[in-house]
Design a protein around this ligand. Structure first.
Ligand code: SF4
Ligand code: SF4
Length: 278
């Protein structure tokens, strides 16, 4: 089974698009062991908040690394240093770093000086141009860049319409035109003629979300909205009750919204969850 574990809701940033309410409760390694020790683990993503603020992060990684096929850490990168990078390499932890503003770019410079290969998460907006141009120049240091659709949940975001989102994706394609194989994105909308519309996919079938409380949810967007489960069985969402898909949006007749957590390669129709990027 695949899990995303939110180990802490503390964070050293205040991003406008963040949907997770902050609290000081962290999940303990003991609780993670109780939840997962009898389960066959495939892909595990450690997230937050900012996971590097967790008091037991190294112990958690050492325990998980021995039990899962691939281990990912999602971080804003601000606290990364040589010691952490060595530790992650030794414990085969693959990094996804969120790069959203010009102020985040020092993290990229740090990694390019260390010859470390990264995966990048970027919340795509109309203000992304400068950051994306910089990322394109440093592309040899990235395994992938995943463009995320900003969702309105516990924040004041304006969610992009189909035409706006398509326009942003097309501008991004032009920037990365020679390296499209590294580009992935959340399509958020789907043509009613496409295979995805006929055979809808939802991220909750691939990955369950464990919150700092130890409760299990079908997806991270539901953690502050519904009551979680106590057993780490595969929990599925009801897309008709999705907090994002439930937001009324005017759409062209031939287009529908899809689960906003589905990732697609920019070059093909293949969809998967971020942890499946090779
Ligand atoms: S870095 Fe992540 S967890 Fe922290 S405020 Fe930004 S989106 Fe939220
Ligand atoms: S459809 Fe909505 S609730 Fe279900 S996994 Fe996707 S984002 Fe989450």
């Amino acid at each position: 089974m695949n899990f995303t574990i939110c180990i802490t809701r503390q964070c050293n940033k205040t991003c406008s698009f963040c949907y997770l309410s902050k609290s000081s409760n962290d999940i303990s390694l003991e609780k993670i062991i109780n939840l997962l020790s009898s389960i066959h683990l495939e892909h595990i993503s450690i997230t937050g908040g900012e996971p590097l603020l967790h008091y037991e992060l190294k112990k958690i990684i050492r325990w998980l690394e021995r039990r899962c096929k691939r281990l990912f850490l999602l971080t804003n990168g601000l606290l990364l240093d040589d010691d952490w990078v060595r530790f992650f390499l030794k414990n085969r932890t693959e990094l996804f770093v969120s790069i959203n503003n010009l102020s985040d770019l020092s993290v990229i410079n740090y990694f390019s000086n260390n010859n470390t290969i990264l995966n990048i998460h970027h919340v795509l907006t109309e203000n992304s141009l400068e950051v994306l141009c910089f990322l394109n120049e440093k592309l040899s240091f990235f395994n992938s860049i995943v463009l995320l659709y900003p969702v309105k949940l516990n924040n004041d975001l304006k969610m992009y319409s189909y035409d706006e989102w398509k326009g942003l994706i097309n501008s991004t394609k032009r920037i990365f035109e020679k390296n499209l194989d590294k580009l992935f994105f959340e399509p958020a909308f789907i043509s009613k003629k496409g295979t995805l519309y006929k055979h809808p996919r939802c991220n909750s079938k691939q990955v369950s979300f464990i919150d700092t409380s130890g409760l299990i949810y079908p997806c991270c967007l539901l953690a502050d909205i519904i009551e979680g489960e106590t057993e780490a069985t595969n929990t599925h969402c009801d897309p008709s009750n999705c907090p994002v898909l439930g937001t009324p949006m005017k759409l062209p007749d031939n287009v529908n919204q899809i689960c906003p957590l589905i990732i697609k390669s920019i070059q093909s129709e293949v969809v998967f969850s971020p942890a499946d990027i090779k």
